[in-house]
Design a protein around this ligand. Sequence first.
Ligand code: C5P
Length: 227
Amino acid sequence: MSKPDQSIPVLAIDGPSGTGKGTIAGRVAGHLGWHMLDSGALYRAFAHVAVENDISPDDASGLQGLIRTIDIAFIQTDAGLKISADGTDVTDCVRSEAGGKRASIFAKIPLVRKGLLERQRRMRVAPGLVADGRDMGTVVFPDAFLKIFLDASASIRAQRRYNQLQEKGVSGTLRALEKEIAERDAQDRNRSASPLIPASDAIVLDTSEKGIVEVFQEVVSLIEDRK
Ligand code: C5P
């Protein structure tokens, strides 16, 4: 397998969940005509298959085996990005709140992060890549030409997530979501392997008081400035 071409530009967009990261990354990728890496979906799919196969977070050899064999594919459809693991469509189960929580548990294991690193770097394909995650700017693509860290207050992120779930007809309370988001944030920020922190050269944008269109325009103008 040839090494990813480092001359291919990468835009790294990191931050906690509920900041609009995925939506912004998707729109910017569409605007630029670039590929997109949803690295959270990769961790979600990996954790889902591990649980389905009874591989626990402390089973190092089981995890190593799964890293070697798991086939995760992203398929762009009219209805959005579909995630397939070993040939099965796992989109709905990995996108749930439980799927995020499960991903966060497996994502703190160094051998899992190391095992998924090359897969992420292989997504660096011309004409460019918009990479969305927690450690895109710090670990996976430290040479990204622009690193953006989107943030927002925890209560606003929970409210946004609540609204999304309501629209989808999924039940749940705002209070339960606030608790889950706080727990996942703490787990992602305090782990020793690739914790969620802005890269030293990242531009931090607080989206608490901003709509998607405004954030999108800010990101596009930052890209123009770098060109
Ligand atoms: O972004 P998303 O909410 O889909 O990510 C799910 C979980 O996967 C995160 O809470 C985090 O624990 C993990 N993750 C990660 N590194 C990434 C992307 C996601 O650790 N680059």
